[in-house]
Design a protein around this ligand. Structure first.
Ligand code: AMP
Ligand code: MN
Ligand code: MN
Ligand code: MN
Length: 278
């Protein structure tokens, strides 16, 4: 059966499972095509020895700046060896490191010690605020993740530190140079009005972007309808993924998101020529 999941995270960023375990989970969930899209790091799927029938797609999820906001762009079918893209991703990870130094100082000023050594002990390539949330919860400074984000890590949180991410324009351009397809990730999760989402999608298209996620875990049905119609109107492809991180956390399961209806399916990313020329 054809069942793609084109957005998920491994333990190289803030997912729980190694890529091999994601593949096993994917097979158990009947997934036919899986894209691992770690934050600001390319998990090189060509090096994975898969004992499953799941087809792997090389992906990435890049944080970027758009009009003073942060949006996420997924790249699929990227060349993992792309020098320019890897250079950009290294810069992004360096910015994250700098951010955590300041975050650690802020936490220390609130009597919370140990973030730096906790982050250093992690085996991953990209550290994110979800690792900090994990630290705050396991060290009993916060009762749960939601509290950790609300009190410390969100824009208004006590330990929040902004980052100057690469621009949307540069990210889309470099994904293209790495032979990939650029996709706006979960457009309904940025707190934007529909007018602003239209503006985001239109500027993304001008930059050379080709697709938006029309369905993802917990997307509101009216938002899904709006996104699919917008993609069709703008002549963009529609992507679909769970944004799975871990089986422990509330909202996701691998492969769990509403299916595209037959109209949206005509614009689905699996009709893109790149899908068939791997
Ligand atoms: P960062 O890339 O460092 O900004 O961290 C963002 C990551 O934290 C996201 O990819 C999510 O996995 C997670 N995240 C962001 N906001 C929340 C939230 N409000 N509650 C739970 N997890 C969140
Ligand atoms: Mn994440
Ligand atoms: Mn994201
Ligand atoms: Mn994601």
């Amino acid at each position: 059966m054809f069942k793609p999941d084109l957005h998920c995270h491994s333990h190289f960023s803030d997912g729980k499972h190694p890529p091999e375990a994601l593949l096993t989970l994917a097979e158990e969930s009947g997934i036919s095509h899986l894209a691992i899209t770690d934050h600001d790091f390319i998990t090189d799927t060509s090096k994975l020895s898969s004992k499953t029938n799941v087809e792997l797609i090389c992906g990435v999820e890049i944080s970027c700046a758009w009009h003073n906001r942060e949006v996420h762009i997924v790249g699929l079918f990227i060349d993992p060896g792309s020098e320019t893209l890897n250079k950009l991703l290294e810069q992004q990870r360096f910015k994250r490191k700098q951010r955590f130094i300041t975050m650690d100082e802020k936490l220390q000023s609130h009597g919370i010690e140990g973030l730096h050594s906790y982050l250093e002990s992690l085996p991953c390539e990209t550290r994110t605020r979800s690792h900090v949330a994990e630290f705050l919860v396991t060290q009993k400074h916060c009762r749960n993740w939601d509290k950790a984000f609300k009190n410390f890590l969100s824009r208004r949180g006590k330990a929040y530190v902004p980052i100057e991410w690469a621009s949307l324009y540069d990210v889309v351009k470099l994904i293209g140079e790495a032979e990939g397809i650029a996709i706006v990730a979960h457009p309904g999760r940025y707190g934007l009005t529909r007018t602003k989402i239209k503006q985001l999608v239109s500027e993304f298209k001008e930059a050379g972007g080709e697709a938006i996620e029309g369905t993802y875990a917990n997307v509101d049905p009216s938002m899904r309808k709006f996104l699919c119609e917008l993609a069709i109107k703008e002549n963009l492809y529609i992507s679909a993924g769970s944004d799975f991180h871990t089986a422990d956390r509330h909202w996701t399961e691998l492969g769990k998101f509403p299916r595209l209806d037959s109209t949206a399916n005509k614009n689905a990313i699996w009709n893109h020529s790149r899908w068939h020329s791997q």
